[in-house]
Design a protein around this ligand. Structure first.
Ligand SMILES: [Zn+2]
Length: 160
């Protein structure tokens, strides 16, 4: 196979498959000659690492997914109503025993339904409150409070 011709075709933007048809060869044969001549074939981009989205793509996905889950969880921290930055909001698993996976990262690679089910087991808190909850300085509103209004004073129905 002629190198100059091969190069001209490549410069014209022909794909391996296309000129394999023209020269009536197997695309892998054409690929072989390209490599042999040190030419870069068109139409066959370097394969990306399989299955894994690249990092920025993954981060975008995580951001979108989290934004959605945060909105669905009320849009702000359950304790202090912080809502300035989604990145500083975290899903705290109310009962760690029910934790199937962490939402912030692995949530992005699961189905939305699975991530939602996981978020339903959580209370949305800002990272400060989360830290306080973890060390016991702050305590979470009970599940029913979290479902209802933000911080209604608790009315104890007394006798009479
Ligand atoms: Zn907070």
């Amino acid at each position: 196979m002629d190198r100059d011709q091969l190069k001209r075709w490549l410069d014209d933007g022909l794909s391996l498959e296309r000129f394999a048809t023209i020269v009536d060869r197997d695309p892998s044969t054409v690929g072989y000659w390209c490599r042999r001549y040190g030419l870069v074939p068109n139409g066959r981009a370097k394969p990306k690492a399989r299955g894994k989205p690249d990092r920025t793509e993954l981060e975008r996905l995580i951001g979108r997914r989290k934004r959605l889950l945060v909105d669905e969880a009320g849009g702000g921290g359950a304790l202090c109503s912080y809502d300035r930055c989604v990145a500083a909001l975290q899903f705290h698993h109310v009962d760690p025993d029910t934790k199937a996976f962490g939402i912030a990262y692995r949530g992005a690679t699961r189905s939305l339904a699975a991530a939602r089910a996981e978020a339903a087991k959580c209370v949305l808190v800002c990272s400060n409150c989360h830290a306080e909850v973890e060390v016991g300085v702050a305590s979470l509103p009970s599940q029913s409070d979290a479902m209802g209004a933000l911080s209604m004073p608790v009315d104890r129905p007394g006798p009479g």
